[in-house]
Design a protein around this ligand. Sequence first.
Ligand code: NI
Ligand code: MN
Length: 231
Amino acid sequence: MSMSLTYYGHACFGVSVNGKQLLFDPFITGNDLAADINVDEVPADVMLITHAHQDHLLDAESIAKRTGALVIAPFEVAVWMQAQGIENVAPMNHGGGGTYDFGRVKLTNAVHSSSFPDGSYGGHPAGFVVTSADAGEGSFYYAGDTALTYDMKLVGEEFDLKFAVLPIGDHFTMGAVDAAKAAAFVGASQVVGVHYDTFPHIKLDRAAALAAFEGSSVALHLPGIGETVDF
Ligand code: NI
Ligand code: MN
């Protein structure tokens, strides 16, 4: 089988992994660009949240309550979800991982900040490496909101990635030039760019972003909102 990635705008996307739907960083109802996505129809067997910022968890509670999805998140975020009445949570921390029916999730480091919409402490932000239980599907990396960091080389050493999802919007995260370097660090030849266009500070210069990946052996995918890409 292949893994299908559907982009829901900003840094929200779903990936099918060994027959399960994994949903990352749900922020749909607050994104004018994602007005065509019906949040009540977005599938989730498992929800993975990288950090506490509103543009990564605005719709987490409603989707978790509708779907009953297992929520995998850094410790503080998972505990916060529990406080919203979500029982099915897996609080994780950096360097740790868990094995589930769809495969394995490992929490990776991210260089960013993390506070809840009310300003309270959100723990340390994270990324994820997901490895499908179906060996034919392989692994992928979602960096979350982060700067380029040498820690990404550890991901490249440990995993053989089929693709990576990297922020490219600059300003709040790394931009496309650093993302191209991140792709090299993690050893990904296929990259899906996220975290751009949603807000005035992160309007993407698409030509410049594509140019940043030109000349490398890395393909930058910029799927439209609602579009699906197979890996
Ligand atoms: Ni953030
Ligand atoms: Mn963000």
